[in-house]
Design a protein around this ligand. Structure first.
Ligand code: ATP
Length: 457
């Protein structure tokens, strides 16, 4: 079998088109003409996103003793956002063009297209008539209760972090944890972004994976370093190519009001280096603010020594949707098998939506019956798929496009000696294996460390 060398052929357009064709991501409300920058996740998108979130939970909870989980409400007491600084300061500078009636982010003008001459940027043509920038708050407002009266205004959370600070006291009481310890949460956040785009990179509704790690104040810098290293290790262990990842420390003028140090994990997307995750040292800003606004004591008291202090907080904050985009981009590949072009997602097997496809070579002679038996057995262990329709080559191509790492093929020999072939998505090797060894073999392969074949391309 001949295989052309893989090359990095990925573009955003190819990812968008594969995502729709294969049921990962659809533009939302399409039958009504779409709603800019809103997306629905299809079957394989749901599976891939779940695998990403499960790997994050695994790294935070299962592999450590010092982090506990939370799932807080999306709508919280409105005072939350006064204390956190979001009501006053969670704004972007908005500029209107009186000529084309479009709106732009002042700090994104160089990347935005002019409404009348898309080859130019806003402000570049003589007809452009831009207003002064004004602050635009990114929080979505709504009202609770049946009457839109004063006092019932609430916000959809723009980050999951604040729900964690609001529960800090509960966790000290029930979890028997003391600093250093963390609280982790995954959930939806909402930001009324002025400029969205680049597919699921920036949307108004998205999922975050955030963890607040509470530490004794003098230890904060060293815990910040710890989390920078841990998070980089997580991204690379799931297959992202190290030469497409970097840590970029924020300049002093870029730091958020609460942060003394932040570094972004950046990925080399087709649009250039862009943020995947922010890892910030938030100091005692949040607990101190919520203590002030709620009149509650939010501090740790060491019962042995009587010491009391407000812990400092280290926060790794990543986006699930951006993570999924990075994994898709990193995995996307095209090559040629026996003169035929194929598209393949070289996803880390633990992330792949489907781990194994079970395919009878022909739809007769008892092959489908045996294949279904194997499928029933495998699906108890891993996400598996059964497919008996169409030429075997087409069925392989379909599985390659959704990133299925292994395919089991049942042929006439299988009925004689109860062996099948096991095909590998990347190396394209096919080994003959006894049916009774199949599940263990797939389990072993899943536990193996994995490295992107694109690194060897
Ligand atoms: P950006 O600079 O790209 O606007 P940010 O620095 O405001 O992002 P954070 O507040 O640090 O982002 O949020 C943590 C993570 O949440 C980001 O690294 C990103 O992965 C994700 N995220 C933030 N905003 C969006 C969005 N509008 N759409 C999708 N993901 C987002």
């Amino acid at each position: 079998m001949r295989r052309a060398m893989p090359t990095d052929v990925v573009t955003m357009d190819k990812i968008v088109s594969l995502s729709k064709r294969r049921g990962f991501v659809f533009p939302s409300s399409e039958i009504y003409g779409g709603l800019g920058s809103s997306y629905d996740y299809g079957h394989y998108g749901v599976l891939l996103k779940n695998n990403i979130k499960n790997q994050w939970w695994r790294a935070m909870l299962q592999e450590r003793d010092d982090i506990v989980a939370l799932d807080s409400a999306i709508i919280q007491h409105p005072r939350t956002w006064e204390a956190s600084g979001h009501v006053a300061g969670f704004t972007d500078p908005l500029v209107d063009c009186r000529t084309c009636k479009l709106r732009f982010r002042e700090d994104h003008l160089a990347q935005s297209a002019c409404g009348r001459k898309p080859s130019k940027h806003p402000g570049e043509t003589p007809e452009c008539d831009l207003t002064e920038a004004r602050d635009f708050n990114l929080m979505f407002q709504t009202t609770v209760g049946p009457v839109a009266e004063e006092g019932s205004t609430v916000y959809l959370r723009p980050e999951t972090a604040q729900g964690i600070f609001l529960n800090f006291k509960n966790y000290l009481q029930f979890s028997r944890k003391k600093p250093p310890f963390g609280i982790a949460q995954i959930g939806k956040s909402f930001r009324n972004e002025i400029t969205t785009g680049n597919f699921i990179f920036r949307t108004r509704e998205f999922e975050q994976m955030e963890m607040e790690f509470f530490v004794p104040p003098p230890d904060a810098p060293q815990w910040h370093q710890h989390w920078l290293a841990e998070r980089m290790k997580w991204w690379t262990s799931l297959g992202l190519r190290p030469d497409h990842l970097q840590l970029r420390p924020h300049d002093a003028d870029e730091l958020s009001h609460y942060s003394s140090a932040t570094s972004d994990v950046e990925y080399l997307f087709p649009i250039g280096w862009s943020e995947l995750e922010g890892i910030a040292n938030r100091g005692d800003f949040d607990l101190t603010q919520h203590a002030k606004f709620s009149n509650q004591k939010l501090e740790y008291v060491d019962t042995a020594t009587g010491d009391r202090y407000v812990p400092h907080v280290i926060e790794p904050a990543a986006g699930v949707d951006r993570a999924m985009l990075a994994f898709l981009v990193d995995a996307y590949d095209e090559d040629e098998i026996e003169g035929e072009q194929r598209t393949v997602l070289r996803l880390h097997p633990v992330l792949a939506p489907v781990k194994v496809a079970v395919l009878p070579l022909v739809r007769k002679d008892g092959q489908p019956e045996l294949a279904r038996e194997i499928y029933q057995d495998l699906r108890e262990r891993v996400q598996a798929e059964y497919d008996e329709g169409g030429a075997i080559g087409r069925r392989y191509r379909r599985q390659d496009e959704i990133g299925t790492p292994w395919a089991v093929t049942i042929d006439h020999q299988s009925l004689e000696d109860r062996t099948v072939t096991l095909r590998d998505r990347d190396s394209l090797t096919q080994v003959r294996i006894a049916i009774e060894d199949l599940a263990d073999e797939i389990g072993n392969r899943l536990r193996h460390p994995w490295r992107s074949p694109k690194l060897d391309g």
